[in-house]
Design a protein around this ligand. Structure first.
Ligand code: PRX
Length: 650
């Protein structure tokens, strides 16, 4: 098979699913996975129709997949359903009302537990408040909240009455709120007086005020009190702003779920993309419902006794699909935590796992690398024996970070699901089946049922390393970019004659047919004619026991075309010096070859990251080339780039 990109990985460790886990798993062997996978590809419509039967439908579909207007695919056309009904009412009907749906813990330590019945009542009340304020089917509602139960409740309330939610992550600025509100012509903004992050109060309502000052479309701002004994200053604009607690007592807890058409818009979620204005990614009702339900069930191997915890914020797609919709549809108990992983100390996450006896833990590589940096002592005294499954999402996980997660958190007995997917895909696309797939550190492994990936050249030739393509539509796929169908086509269907979905990632397929994500196609470097994904290079540095994190970029080079600059962060308590620098160069020489020696290794205390934890290599390129910095509004900590600039100029 020809190569398009070059692979420099030398990772060849492999871990069979633990026998004890596989014995009880929903998909307990490679043969079982293969059988169901082959069926799902040979007859996708039959497969998805069968999966949909577990759920409640007011009216059955006429067709499972309608491709007549591709790439504007339709799933379950003709059906009527309500995803909130499937998250709540269905469980009450099945006698599960008393099961805890949500164990919530605030950063200061306050705790609330809500059963499925409690959540059903809260959601119904919230929905009635929305209706009372004139919100109905199709109206856009922006949600700008901290990680409090009302975040989940407000989303479900919107879904219950057919309003379209557009969550804006609580760390975004006033300008980001304004852009998103204007783009979707939002009628209402739901926010809170404030929330907690690293011991500080974030005054969200004040940011909303600034953001919506020029937004005439906003009729009301509905404000929730964060609660507890905290007094948060919260100016209210008469006639526009309303306290939720003043309205909720006037409504009752009965609100029937609205039958929604299969392709009715369920939510918008804006993603920044690399350039330009954020894209309002559209997800619709029925396909998203079935896809998040089924991926949650199989990828997390959900069982009635599970206590699931996903550490993402509901402001990201991970929170939408795998805190709210996928997990609740499966009727499983989960933990939700408001605050930072290092408050009041760096052991907070392990304490939470111990306290709630978490069985299933889903987090991001950036968090795992932070845990490694903070040292193993934080875990040592904690009882993590309740854990049975670990997951990761958001970035390629460096093999050494994977090994640390496997050994220190999973005690070598928990399978790890490295799930590759995107805001646009709605749910898991490449992932191990925890009871069936032998895992490899750093590898997202195999496709989920009904997903047909390939690795192609620009010309559509199948290669070992190149551009990832998805060759068949799937129910959770985005249906468009809000009010911009042209951009939807140009961004995702621009290659291969518009036949296949283009996710924008580089990938490699190994001899076992496993997929390795090499990073964004935009980040690929080309050194002396070798096109290499940044993920593999970075993983070599992270193999050094003193290195916590690394980012590699390419800069123009007269002879090589591109030369490499490596940014490296060391673990707490270690110094960086020339000896370490030499050791890192030696590792590159040995693992990849002298051609991949970086022009410079820059040590840094931190790396510039988006608020969802992704390294922003684009800014590192700006720093390295002495350019004015591009858009920095999505940076989690703007101070980091200033330090790096100083460090770089040394
Ligand atoms: O580059 C891939 C990376 O994150 C991108 C999608 O980002 P976003 O829409 O913010 O969604 C993140 C949560 C689903 C992808 O195009 N990515 C995500 N998961 C992985 C990953 N890269 C490698 N391995 C993963 N498991």
């Amino acid at each position: 098979m020809p190569k398009n990109f070059e692979t420099v990985s030398h990772e060849n460790r492999s871990f069979e699913p633990p026998k004890v886990f596989a014995k009880e798993a929903r998909i307990g062997s490679e043969a079982a996975y293969q059988e169901l996978y082959q069926r799902s590809i040979a007859d996708p419509e039959g497969f998805w129709a069968e999966a949909a039967q577990d759920l409640h439908w007011f009216k059955r579909w006429d067709s499972v997949l309608d491709s007549t207007e591709a790439p504007f695919y339709k799933w379950f056309d003709g059906a009527q359903t309500n995803i909130c009904y499937n998250c709540l009412d269905r469980h009450l009907e099945n006698g599960l009302g008393d099961r805890v749906a949500l164990h919530w813990e605030g950063e200061p330590g306050d705790q609330i537990s809500l059963s499925f019945s409690d959540l059903h009542a809260e959601v119904s009340r919230f929905a009635n408040v929305l209706k009372k304020l004139g919100i109905g089917k199709g109206d856009r509602v922006a949600v700008y909240l901290p990680m409090i139960p009302e975040l989940v409740i407000s989303l479900l309330a919107c879904a219950r009455i057919g309003a379209v939610h557009s969550v804006i992550f609580g760390g975004f600025s006033a300008d980001s709120i304004r852009d998103r509100v204007l783009d979707s012509k939002t009628k209402m903004v739901i926010t809170a007086d404030g929330g907690f992050r690293r011991g500080k109060i974030l005054e969200l309502k004040k940011i909303v005020d600034e953001g919506v000052a020029v937004c005439d479309c906003v009729q009301n701002v509905l404000v929730i009190k964060r609660g507890g004994e905290f007094d948060i200053d919260c100016p209210m604009t008469k006639g526009r702003d309303l306290w939720y607690e003043d309205l909720v007592d006037e409504v009752d807890a009965t609100c029937p779920a609205e039958p929604m058409e299969a392709e009715d818009l369920l939510f918008l979620l804006y993603t920044s993309g690399t350039t330009g204005k954020p894209k309002g990614i559209m997800h619709t009702t029925a396909g998203y419902q079935v896809f998040t339900y089924l991926t949650s069930k199989y990828v997390f191997d959900l069982k009635p006794d599970d206590v699931y915890w996903c550490t993402a914020d509901v402001g990201w797609i991970t929170g939408h699909s795998y805190i709210v919709y996928g997990i609740l549809q499966n009727g499983v108990t989960q933990v939700m935590y408001e605050g930072a992983p290092d408050f009041p100390n760096q052991g907070r996450f392990w304490e939470i796992i111990e306290r709630y006896k978490v069985t299933t833990f889903y987090t991001a590589p950036t968090a795992i690398r932070a845990f490694m940096k903070w040292g193993d002592d934080w875990l040592a005294e904690k009882d993590l024996s309740s854990l049975r499954l670990l997951g990761t999402v958001g970035e390629p996980i460096n093999p050494e970070a994977w090994m640390w997660y496997h050994a220190k958190v999973g005690a070598e007995r928990c399978p790890i699901v490295d799930t590759w997917w995107q805001t646009e895909t709605g749910g898991h696309m490449l992932t191990p089946m925890p009871g069936a797939t032998a895992t490899k550190p750093g590898c997202a492994t195999v496709p989920f049922f009904g997903i047909e990936p390939d690795v192609l050249t620009e010309d559509g030739e199948s290669v070992e390393a190149g551009i990832l393509a998805i060759k068949q539509p799937w129910p959770g796929m985005l249906r468009g970019i809000y009010s911009d169908p042209q951009r939807f086509k140009e961004t995702y269907w621009c290659k291969w004659g518009g036949k296949y979905y283009f996710p924008g990632d580089g990938a490699r397929k190994d001899e076992d047919g496993y997929y390795w994500i090499l990073g964004r196609v935009d980040d690929v470097v080309n050194v002396s004619g070798h096109r290499i994904g940044t993920a593999e290079l970075e993983s070599v540095f992270v193999e050094h026991t003193d290195v916590a994190e690394s980012a590699v970029i390419g800069i123009p080079h007269e002879i090589k075309g591109q030369g490499l600059i490596a940014f490296v962060t060391v673990i707490d308590g270690r110094e960086f010096d020339d000896k370490l620098r030499q050791e890192l160069v030696a590792m590159i020489d040995k693992s990849i070859g002298k051609f991949a020696r970086p022009e410079r290794i820059v040590f840094s205390h931190d790396l510039p990251k988006t608020r969802s934890g992704k390294i922003m290599r684009r800014l590192l390129r700006d720093i390295a080339e002495g350019r004015e910095l591009g858009n920095t509004t999505t940076l989690a900590d703007p101070g980091v780039v200033k330090n790096l600039q100083v460090q770089f100029e040394k």
